[in-house]
Write a protein that binds this ligand. Structure first.
Ligand SMILES: O=C(O)CCC(=O)C(=O)O
Ligand SMILES: [Fe+2]
Length: 343
């Protein structure tokens, strides 16, 4: 059985070969683009959610963020900061448990659900410097509770509550995005079926003695429609590709970082952009984040909404059922799932 990254990081002065990025990897750690630099907070738009229904200019700002970067920071989103603290706390308490205790939630080798590191498909796959706990949280009947920690004791209660808060916020985002394009407000939601599907991924990035040689997460676009990322309170690391340059996504206190995912790019016929992003780690501090991936039911076919297909803007994507398996296979082979959906 493979050792977890956290256990490796504990006593190591050199990351194992399997984590080290090779010079020729297109988006590897050595290949930092023109210059990896942290741009100012102003470059990632901050959207005030309390204004989305009343302020046309806030909606324009949202549209601009979603069509260019595919990323924005949501403030005044309605989830109490004290509750976000509880969410961070269960993550921290879980990852700080002794290895044996965490192993109670260990994923099976070829599954993504549960605790562990990245699923290995091939011998030359470069590994991410991270461990994760990956759980389907909604719809409720798809939960596989054997992977849900019972330690800390309030883990399940807090995650359950957070799932419903994110589900509601997802509706707010879907409606606002539709209105920003002058579309009927339910047009994206109509592709969801009765409820959304939400997968949670708790990410733990231990410090690394040679951070410039590894990546916390390899470059990828999210397979979701919308991703809600609760960042670490202090430690930054997320970067996204904009005009061939990697730009850092700052920590904004009490904000949720929202990413457009591949399925929204498809439903919007390419108007909204699913950004390529990756994670850097550092030598001093560990970093913990929680990504909530919201998407239509996996058995549902999705495609560009009718109102967006015109003579001038022809259909760019096929109708497709976007399964997780399809997503992950592409990721591990260093490809983008969305490219396989283009006409
Ligand atoms: O940890 C982060 O900052 C980003 C996580 C992410 O991109 C993901 O889980 O898909
Ligand atoms: Fe991501």
């Amino acid at each position: 059985m493979m050792k977890q990254t956290q256990d490796i990081a504990e006593n190591c002065d050199q990351p194992p070969e399997r984590y080290i990025h090779k010079q020729d990897e297109e988006y590897g750690a050595n290949n930092v683009g023109n210059a990896a630099h942290v741009i100012t907070a102003a470059a990632i738009p901050v959207i005030d959610f309390s204004l989305l229904n009343s302020s046309p200019s806030e909606l324009v700002k949202l549209k601009s963020a979603a069509t260019t970067l595919g990323c924005f920071q949501a403030i005044n989103h309605g989830i109490e900061s004290s509750f976000l603290e509880e969410v961070r706390e269960i993550s921290k308490l879980f990852f700080k448990l002794p290895a044996d205790e965490k192993k109670k939630c260990l994923k099976e080798e070829n599954d993504v659900q549960g605790y562990g590191n990245e699923t290995v498909f091939s011998d030359n796959q470069t590994l991410d410097w991270t461990d994760r706990l990956y759980l389907t949280v909604l719809p409720q009947h798809q939960r596989r509770l054997q992977f849900w920690p019972q330690n800390p004791t309030h883990f399940r209660k807090v995650l359950n509550e957070y799932s419903f808060k994110i589900e509601s916020l997802n509706v707010v985002v879907l409606k606002a995005l539709a209105r920003s394009l002058n579309l009927e407000e339910d047009c994206f939601m109509n592709q969801y079926g009765k409820t959304s599907k939400i997968n949670a991924r708790f990410n733990y990035y231990p410090p690394c003695p040679l951070p410039e040689k590894v990546l916390g997460l390899k470059p990828h676009g999210d397979g979701s429609a919308i991703t809600f990322l609760l960042q670490d309170k202090e430690v930054e690391g997320l970067q996204l590709l904009k005009d061939d340059e990697w730009v850092g996504v700052p920590v904004v206190s009490n904000a949720l970082t929202i990413n457009i995912g591949d399925q929204m790019e498809i439903m919007s016929n390419g108007i909204f952009k699913s950004p390529l992003h990756r994670v850097f780690v550092n030598s001093k501090n560990e970093r913990m984040t929680l990504a909530m991936f919201c998407m239509p039911q996996t058995e549902k076919n999705i495609g560009p909404v009718d109102g967006l297909i015109t003579d001038e803007t022809p259909r760019l994507y096929k109708d497709i059922t976007f399964t997780l398996d399809f997503m992950h296979k592409n990721y591990q082979q260093g490809r983008r799932a969305i490219n396989a959906c283009k006409i």
